[in-house]
Each structure stands twice: as structure tokens, then as C-alpha cells.
Design a protein around this ligand. Structure first.
Ligand SMILES: [Zn+2]
Length: 78
């Protein structure tokens, strides 16, 4: 079994990881239907369209409101 002769320094290790292990922001483009930013080659999460076709119907309540918080945090203490 091969054993490394020298320990890799923190600088060298981090330089190597900076090349291909870095975290990138997801690529987004404006949706041609609604204009919302969406990832390419995916169904638009805000309007449900893909390549000019409606893939799924948006629920009116889901589209209008952001997800609500749990009742514990919003309910006043008694
Ligand atoms: Zn859209």
C-alpha cells in the first residue's frame, strides 16, 4: 500500500480543494413565461411551465402565500 512521504500542508490542501471542491451558486435564468428566476432545464417552480407547456397547475393558496410558521411560535403565551 502506498504511503505519502510528506504530509500535505494546509495551504497545498486548500489550494487543491479550491479548484474543484468549491461551492458554486446555482445557475438561474429568467422564466420565459412568468419572468421568475429559475434553473435551466427544469420546470419553473413558480408557474409550472416548461418549454412553453404547462406541466402542473399552481395551487392558488400556495402561490399567493409563503409557508406559514408553526403555531407554537406565533401563538401568544397564556
Ligand atoms: Zn415561470
Amino acid at each position: 500500500m502506498a504511503v505519502p512521504k510528506r504530509r500535505t500542508t494546509r495551504a497545498k490542501r486548500d489550494q487543491r480543494r479550491a479548484q474543484h471542491d468549491r461551492v458554486l451558486a446555482p445557475n438561474v435564468n429568467p422564466c420565459p413565461n412568468c419572468g421568475e428566476m429559475m434553473r435551466p432545464h427544469r420546470v419553473c417552480p413558480s408557474c409550472g411551465h416548461y418549454k412553453g407547456q404547462r406541466i402542473f397547475e399552481m395551487e392558488p393558496e400556495e402561490a399567493a402565500q409563503p409557508p406559514e410558521e408553526t403555531p407554537e411560535t406565533t401563538a401568544p403565551e397564556g
